[in-house]
Ligand binder design. Structure first.
Ligand code: NAD
Length: 368
């Protein structure tokens, strides 16, 4: 067996390397600590544009393989997100395996912070599902390479409100594309997942006079919303894809756009915060086009959070972060145009724009 054959067989036998090869990852770091019970994976996808920045997700994954798949997909998404948003950042992400409601504590977070620190700035962490600014504060005890720390510590705080603002911008641009104007007044919007981002998105939608329906797997989350906005209606998680609506806003977890759901969806716009909404980017991106649904690419419109985090690295200024996030409106319209001009789906169009930037700026970096 020559060296190449040997390398290929090794990759196919080893699921991690095979996935890294397929998705183009630079590095994957497995973290294990018996004393604190920490089990985490850090995925560093691409650092051509800058350090790999991306949040840490704590989730009760059914298996190690599921956690790995998630971190691989999420970290790759961050590369595209930073690139399409014009940020000098690469893509990375981390997952901590465990129940954020029962298994999280200061020691676990700080131990994770030490692992982040060991990467010497190649990976910068932040918040994602299951994490809070307090967790970022714990992590910050062990490393400088964390953003999303509280404003009292010089950080930008929870990036979720800025993420929600960007999603709102993408939603309005999509409404303009679908209906000729960007007003959400009277539109029926279904928000799936009323957590950090979903709850702020609801705020924007209601202020504009939209009819909002929500769904979540936790009763207390739903109650917090219906207490605040008595006019909001509730759907059970399994009812979402059969409900009549104008806009579906996925703000929970990924892969909710698949063969089953797209064929049931009765909406004209999909615009939400969740990462990796398309189970199969090309197939399901095309299926949405066939169904006449305007899809605002997730990694483009949910970039407000990373824009806010980047602002933190530059010396935090909220107004600047918000102003940059507002550009998502124009970029989304531009993506609809690019997609239509080239006869491709919007996800592909946004990816092309991101890939072009990575390639162009990669060339600049070759010189001194
Ligand atoms: P979160 O954990 O605060 O909220 C997610 C909510 O979804 C929770 O309330 C959860 O109970 C609910 N949920 C989970 N499964 C569900 C289901 N099947 N049906 C209905 N609800 C369900 O997380 P978040 O910070 O609001 O992030 C939401 C999504 O947006 C995630 O995919 C995240 O990766 C993405 N995102 C978040 C940010 C940010 O700034 N927080 C930035 C970019 C992308």
């Amino acid at each position: 067996m020559n060296v190449i054959e040997k390398d290929q067989s090794t990759a196919s036998e080893n699921a991690v390397l095979a996935q890294m090869f397929e998705l183009g990852h630079e590095q994957v770091v497995f973290c294990n600590d018996k004393a604190t019970g920490l089990r985490a994976i850090i995925g560093i996808h691409n650092t051509v544009l800058g350090p790999a920045l991306g949040g840490t997700r704590m989730w009760n994954y059914a298996s190690e393989e599921e956690a790995l798949r998630d971190v691989m997909r999420l970290s790759r998404g961050m590369t595209y997100k930073a690139a399409v948003s014009g940020l000098n950042l690469g893509g990375g992400k981390a997952v901590i395996i465990g129940d954020a409601r029962t298994q999280k504590n200061e020691a676990l977070m700080r131990r994770f912070g030490k692992f982040v620190d060991s990467l010497a700035g190649k990976y910068i962490t932040a918040e994602d599902v299951g994490m809070t600014t307090l967790d970022m504060e714990y992590i910050h005890n062990e490393t400088e390479h964390v953003v999303g720390i509280p404003e009292t510590l010089g950080g930008g705080g929870d990036p979720s409100p800025v993420t929600a603002y960007g999603v709102y911008m993408g939603m309005k641009a999509s409404a303009k594309q679908a209906w000729g104007n960007d007003l959400l007044n009277g539109k029926k919007i279904v928000v799936q997942g009323v957590g950090n981002v979903g709850s702020h998105l609801i705020d924007y939608a209601i202020k504009e006079g939209a009819k909002v329906w929500v769904s979540d797997i936790f009763e207390d989350k739903i109650k917090a919303i219906t207490d605040k906005y008595p006019g909001v209606k509730v759907l059970q998680p399994h009812e979402i894809f059969d409900a009549e609506m104008d806009i579906y806003a996925p703000c929970a977890l990924g892969a909710t756009l698949n063969d089953d759901t797209i064929n049931r969806l009765k909406c004209q716009v999909v615009s939400g915060a969740a990462n990796n909404q398309l189970l199969d980017e090309e197939k399901h991106g095309n299926l949405l086009v066939e169904k006449g649904i305007f899809y605002a690419p997730d990694f483009l419109i949910n970039a407000g959070g990373v824009i806010n985090c980047f602002a933190e690295l530059e010396g935090y200024n909220r107004e600047r972060a918000i102003a940059k996030t507002e550009h998502i409106y124009d970029t989304t319209l531009n993506i609809y145009k690019l997609a239509a001009d080239q006869g491709i789906n919007t996800n592909r169009a946004a990816m092309q724009l991101a890939e072009k930037r990575i390639s162009d700026i990669g060339k600049v970096k070759l010189g001194y």
